[in-house]
Ligand binder design. Structure first.
Ligand code: GRF
Length: 203
């Protein structure tokens, strides 16, 4: 069994889609949700779905190394960042080298880096006059939004687009692709999943 830990700070709509995809999966299991905000929507989702929640505290996460061993002891194989806003500390990146994925709601390397999350990203895309945006799923290294790209897909920025309309369309894209890309990533290159078939999956 391959065990996933989902790190999330917010509403958790991506976490929900990931949990849904791997319910009763023969190889992949969502074993843990890691969260830094007790009032985050993702906590309710995890509780409802029966996934254990690890609440983390900033100094122990960023300065100490308290949680790496917790994740190792829980047998976590892959970490999925699904709307997690804190930078991943070096020790955790080292320990899970090549086994941490993040989703970013734009076409990196454009519109990434510190402070570029949520609405800020979509405002920047529109302010730049970009004709397209999209999602980037990438491996995580010690820099914000910097690791190797695993998957990108794009949509046009429409005339009259606002940060809210763009955010909603990007969210749909995330829900449609992220769980399937995780599955392919975790199962490895020999997996029979063809990403071109994702279009036909229910979103
Ligand atoms: C997503 O847009 C993701 O790209 C960003 O944070 C958002 C999380 O949304 N990093 P949700 O909590 O999964 O609804």
């Amino acid at each position: 069994m391959k065990k996933l830990a989902i790190f999330a700070s917010g509403a958790g709509s991506n976490a929900q889609k990931i949990i849904d995809r791997f319910k009763n999966h023969p190889i992949i299991n969502v074993s843990l949700v890691v969260c830094n905000r007790p009032d985050a929507g993702v906590v309710n989702i995890a509780q409802r779905e029966g996934v254990p929640v690890l609440m983390i505290e900033r100094d122990r996460f960023s300065k100490g190394d308290a949680y790496t061993s917790v994740l190792e002891q829980a047998g976590i194989d892959v970490i999925i960042l699904a709307g997690f806003l804190w930078k991943i500390p070096a020790r955790l990146v080292e320990t899970f080298h090549g086994r941490i994925l993040n989703i970013h709601p734009a076409l990196l390397p454009a519109h990434g880096g510190k402070g570029m999350y949520g609405r800020h990203v979509h405002e920047a895309v529109i302010a730049a006059g970009d004709c397209k945006s999209g999602i980037t799923i990438h491996q995580v290294d010690e820099f914000y939004d910097h690791g190797a790209h695993v998957f990108q897909t794009e949509i046009p920025v429409m005339p009259g687009e606002t940060p809210d309309t763009l955010a909603a369309r990007i969210h749909e894209l995330e829900h449609r692709y992220f769980p399937a890309v995780i599955e392919k990533f975790v199962l490895g290159a020999d997996s029979p999943i063809d990403l071109s078939t994702i279009e036909s999956l229910p979103s």
